[in-house]
Design a protein around this ligand. Structure first.
Ligand code: SAM
Ligand code: DTB
Ligand code: SF4
Length: 335
């Protein structure tokens, strides 16, 4: 490997100061682009080396999703099947918040299928205070099954955040979605800063942060680098970093966007792994249209987690037996 093909001490140094002495929080965009530009084999080698410092390379964590309140969302996220603003409509039927018993029963099934974390998502700008008792009961019910809990409900007030923390919520998912520069092309109803404020609130309450984004929305490599820069330069790296490949949903403004080259997706996973060495990097939406070989490359690039179960929130995901067969072929086991 040539000297120019490495970034010194990738992802791990003492530059983070006293916040997190063994991870970096001072990434410059040029440095990140240098990683993206590496010959693929050099990039994968570096990512796999970093991966092995902190993770078992043959274990993959399984998180399962449920949509506890679907559709009719007032936000205008261009990728989303659940935004009511998409004029053509995505054919989705909006639902009310699910009953606690149904959510807990579904979580029990997910656990029996092998999932260790249950992620409950609602198509809201923010929860209403009148829904908090139900949400708290969901967290408690799923925790009582012995599963980790995650919720993604949009923005939160301080009070709502502490209610979820007191209920025992383990993770809160709130994605930055893309770079600050590209963000305005994708969402106009919620600002980038509001997203960062929500992440700070969740962190301050002591809930683990799950934050990542989507690639394949027509953004440039600079934007993928910019998104990872935002995430890695937070005062603490998110414990979970979901990297979603856009699921192009008919009826959304992004339905005909040009597909991202799969190798660029692998590069994004690898760079995320190098920049956030200890985090769980999740190979998230988009697996339904990925080959087994591409998914295997993502695991080699440092993906340590997947969304498991035949449904994401509103779109399909590979069936459990298909994933388990792939794990068997690759010698992977569920964590
Ligand atoms: N409504 C809440 C919010 O946006 O904060 C939570 C649910 S939202 C569906 C969670 C995340 O899923 C989004 O931020 C986005 O990153 C991802 N997502 C949504 N639709 C997607 C799609 N069609 N393809 C890939 N990822 C998607
Ligand atoms: C995340 O980053 N991806 C998940 C989860 N967090 C909430 C959602 C993916 C949604 C894919 C499109 C759908 O099924 O509606
Ligand atoms: Fe609403 Fe979340 Fe979809 Fe945006 S991503 S439209 S906030 S459900």
């Amino acid at each position: 490997m040539s000297a120019s093909a490495t970034v010194a001490n990738p992802g791990v140094s003492s530059l983070g100061g006293d916040v997190a002495p063994d991870t970096r929080h001072d990434w410059k965009r040029d440095e990140i682009l240098t990683l993206f530009d590496l010959p693929l084999m050099d990039l994968l080698f570096q990512a796999q080396q970093v991966h092995r410092l902190w993770h078992d390379p043959n274990k993959v964590q399984l998180s399962q999703l449920i949509s506890i309140k679907t559709g009719g969302c007032a936000e205008d996220c261009a990728y989303c099947s659940q935004a009511s603003s998409h004029k053509e409509g995505t054919g989705l039927t909006a639902t009310k918040l699910m009953e606690v018993e149904r959510v807990v029963a579904a979580a029990k099934q997910a656990k029996a299928g092998g999932a260790s974390r249950y992620c409950m998502g609602a198509a809201w700008t923010r929860p209403k205070d009148r829904d908090m008792d139900t949400l708290v009961a969901m967290v408690k019910g799923v925790r009582d099954l012995g599963m980790e809990t995650c919720m993604t409900l949009g923005m939160l007030s301080d009070h709502q955040t502490s209610q979820l923390k007191d209920a025992g919520l383990d993770y809160y998912n709130h994605n930055v979605d893309t770079s600050e520069e590209y963000y305005g092309q994708i969402i106009t109803t919620r600002s980038y800063q509001e997203r960062l404020d929500t992440l700070e609130r969740v962190r301050a309450a002591g809930i683990n942060v799950c934050s990542g984004g989507i690639v394949g929305m027509g953004e440039a490599r600079e934007d993928r680098a910019g998104m990872l820069k935002t995430l890695a330069n937070l005062p603490h790296h998110p414990e979970s970093v979901p990297i979603n490949m856009l699921v192009a949903v008919p009826g959304t403004p992004l339905e005909n966007v040009e597909k991202l080259d799969p190798f660029e997706f692998v590069r994004t996973i690898a760079v995320a792994r190098i920049m956030m060495p200890k985090s769980e990097v999740r190979l998230s939406a988009g697996r339904q249209s990925m080959s087994e070989e591409l998914q295997a490359m993502c695991f080699f690039a440092g993906a340590s987690s997947i969304f498991y179960g035949e449904q994401l929130l509103t779109t399909p995901n590979p069936e459990n037996n298909k994933d388990l067969a792939l794990f068997q072929k690759l010698g992977l086991s569920a964590a």
